[in-house]
Design a protein around this ligand. Sequence first.
Ligand code: GLP
Length: 258
Amino acid sequence: MDSAESPAGFALTVCADSAEACERAASLILEQRLGAAAPLPLGLATGRTMEPLYRALAVQVAALPPLRRQAVLAGWESFNLDEYLGLPADDPRSFAAFMGRHLVAPLQLDPARVRLPNGTAADPQLEARQYGQTLRACGGIGLQILGLGLNGHVGFNEPPCAADARCRVVDLSSSTRLQNAEAFGGDPAAVPARAISLGLAEILAAERILLVVTGAAKAQVLARLLHQPPSPQLPASWLKQHPAVTVLADQAALDARG
Ligand code: GLP
């Protein structure tokens, strides 16, 4: 990546593999949680990229001295990016259930401190507005962790997406429903058609952003991201307008032939 293609605040860190990217991300999360007396909430993501990241985080938390471990757990406050519409939190395919399995249970967190939009709210538009308001009332995001969709989405901000889009109800593209079909018995039609997602506005308001991109399947979209200027067609490209973004990418994702 040369500086003509990417602004100074958008830094690429090359990692050997997903394990190294996840170790680094987990360390940065702990640095953020322990770096201030009252850190702003974390912004969290779901998806396959995040599974080894949350495992690495659990290992690093377990290795902390007791008082520091207690500080991380007692002071926990996080907001997930998104949730499918129509799935209750106890449906194993919901993002709430994903967070329960991969973060709340391993870290023994208070589930009330790991927030997600309510996918079964009677009025989803109102739920989306209120979720965005609750986040603002908590001061916004301190460190935002992001994965990257194959079509360039972050959260569920599907292309085309403006940089000032706020938390809202979104329609999922057929490519995203296909990408996420694994959790729905391999059937893209079984993947909910709509979701609530934080927008680029809330994401870009974070103090710092970590985008984790691993695996050969992401090579094409990562190459587009590294080389293209910001545009609605590639929602993740708006991150180039943020002053403090780190892209943690593994070799497989950087191989443009992938
Ligand atoms: C999903 C989520 C994103 C996630 C991305 C990548 O649909 N809404 O938050 O980061 O797509 O998913 P994965 O890590 O499984 O490739």
